[in-house]
Design a protein around this ligand. Structure first.
Ligand code: PGA
Length: 253
């Protein structure tokens, strides 16, 4: 059974104090108001992880993610954060290949495959992001472009490893722009990705893979997007920085 997930990607926002307030508000609201079987994931900056994980101790509805990690295990990599460090502070998920990492930090599919293996090797769960820029969407080749990201970033994994991956489809033209993919556009891509996964790993694994939509998800559009048959939740940027707005999105899964 695929999981329903709403992940809040804080990006590089909130100092520690503001982040802890936001996390506590979300934790309390979700505990009081969300009674479904899905989970919320808080994707905080690295420096918040340890303190937020203390707030989460024993929580089954809200989990914790890092937004990136090193592909290396340890050593002379100044400024990098390893998967063991992430694990040691209580996070269980890692976002990989966000378009901002691909674009501003030159992360390639080959590097993301290495990172994915490192995350899985530590027993953590990857949320693997993919998505096309506007020019590719307008040129009409968007389905092949995103399918290729999965092929090169993930399909070298064994079936057992692949079955631990959550995918987040985020059209770059919809990230932080206020433009959202229509439910039809999201559904078309999610169904194409699921078919692509089925062709490589078989129908059962494809059916059990959670595919989240990201790109200007808000409380006002979440329900419609999440009601698409192949959309299993969302990866939420801007709207995850406000506890009320984010909780309403969680309640839409
Ligand atoms: P947005 O960001 O919700 O602000 O568009 C989504 C994301 O980048 O994960």
């Amino acid at each position: 059974m695929r999981k329903k997930i709403v992940a809040g990607n804080w990006k590089m926002n909130k100092d520690l104090e503001a982040g802890l307030s936001l996390a506590s508000e979300v934790i309390n609201m979700v505990a009081d108001e969300y009674h479904g079987t899905g989970i919320a994931i808080l994707c905080t900056p690295f420096v918040h992880l340890h303190s937020v994980s203390k707030l989460l101790a024993g929580n089954t509805k809200v989990a914790l993610a890092a937004q990136n990690c090193s592909q290396y295990q340890s050593g002379a990599y100044t400024g990098e954060i390893s998967v063991e460090m992430i694990k040691s502070v209580g996070a269980t998920w890692v976002v990989l290949g966000h378009s901002e990492r691909r674009e501003y930090f030159n992360e390639t599919d080959a590097l993301l495959l290495e990172k994915t293996k490192t995350v899985l090797g530590a027993g953590l769960n990857p949320i693997f992001c993919c998505g096309e820029p506007l020019a590719i969407r307008e040129g009409g080749e968007y389905l092949n472009y995103v399918k290729d990201q999965l092929t090169h970033g993930l399909f070298a994994l064994s079936a057992e490893d692949f079955s631990k991956i959550v995918i987040a489809y985020e059209p770059i033209w919809a990230i932080g722009t206020g433009l959202t993919a229509s439910p039809e556009q999201a559904q078309e891509m999610h169904a194409a990705l699921r078919t692509h996964i089925a062709a490589h790993y078989g129908a059962e694994i494809a059916e059990n893979t959670s595919i989240l939509y990201g790109g200007s998800v808000k409380a006002s559009n979440a329900k419609e997007l999440f009601s698409c048959p192949d959309v299993d939740g969302g990866l939420v940027g801007g709207a995850s920085l406000q506890s009320r707005e984010f909780t309403e999105i969680v309640k839409a899964i």
